[in-house]
Structure formats: structure tokens, C-alpha cells
Design a protein. Sequence first.
Length: 194
Amino acid sequence: MVNTLISAVTGRLTSKGPEYLDIEVSGITLRISTPTTTVENVGDIGETIKILTSLQMRQDSITLYGFISENDRNAFDTLITISGVGPRLALAILSTFDAASLASAVSAENVNAFKSVSGVGTRTANRILLELKGKMEDSWSIPTDSTEVDDVFDSLTALGYSVQEAREAISSINSPDLTIEEKIRMALEHITNR
């Protein structure tokens, strides 16, 4: 069940592990499960950070899952609606692909890309492709031309921006008809106006 009770957490990063962040908020430390890419790109211990979250309530647990970008959170929420894909497998997928790369793999119908994720076999990979094909466009605001997304991403990281900054900036671009140069300009404006 997807619950939007807690949609984001802002606080001081107190520790991090391979797939989690501990964030202190008003004297309470929350453990937030995350893809490994989020752990790698979130910041340093002691910094104040903001993580977008998805609260998942199961019979035996309540867990917060955290993401750097809205698209990654939307991808997670979409992935866990697929039969056979629970939160752990969704995190493993998002540790391998960000939302834009995931969209690219789905568009290309790249079964082998999904099979490279630990825990995903041929049958699950095919099911993910089939079910994501229709859902992806509805809930993710990702430009459909993944080559252009890659070019914008590469340009931003070459300019010295972090992976997190580049992902957030690309997620903010809502005009697919723009040229690559215009997309880079919009992404740079997003970064400087934060």
C-alpha cells in the first residue's frame, strides 16, 4: 500500500550504510531505506539533507523509502505495483538504474538490462517490461529521448555538478520539444535558482 503521509524528510544526516540513511529530525532519528545510488550521492554525515519518501505499510512493518528525485520515487511507487516486485527488489532495480535509465531500458525493451539486476530472472524482467510500458509515461515526467537525457546529464557532470544535482535538474525539464542546448540551459537555471 502506498501512503503519502510522509512525502519528504528534512534533517541532519547522522549515519549511512549500504542501503539506508539515518536522518535526525527534531530529536528523532529515522532510518530510511534507499537505493545505493542515493546513499552515494546524498551528502556527508552532519549535513542537513532533504529526502523524498514513500511510506510503505505491510502487515509486519512500516518502512520509509527515500529518494533524491521525484522521478526515482515515482519509479519506485510504480515498480512495487508489479506482481513479484516488492520494495527490496524495486530498490535493487533503482540501485542499478535511475528513473531516466529505467525509462530508456523499458523503451528499448531491453530484457538483459533488467536481468543484470540481482533477483530478476527472465520471467520477472519480461513482466516488468510489459507492465512498465504503459505506466511509465503516465507517472514519470522523464523526457522520452534517452540519448538527449544522457547528453544533458553528461554535460552537467562535466561542468562539475554532482550526480544528484544533475538528476534533479533533468527532472525539472518539462518541455520535450527543446533542443539539447536549451535543455542544458534550463537545467543550469534550475541548479542556480535552488
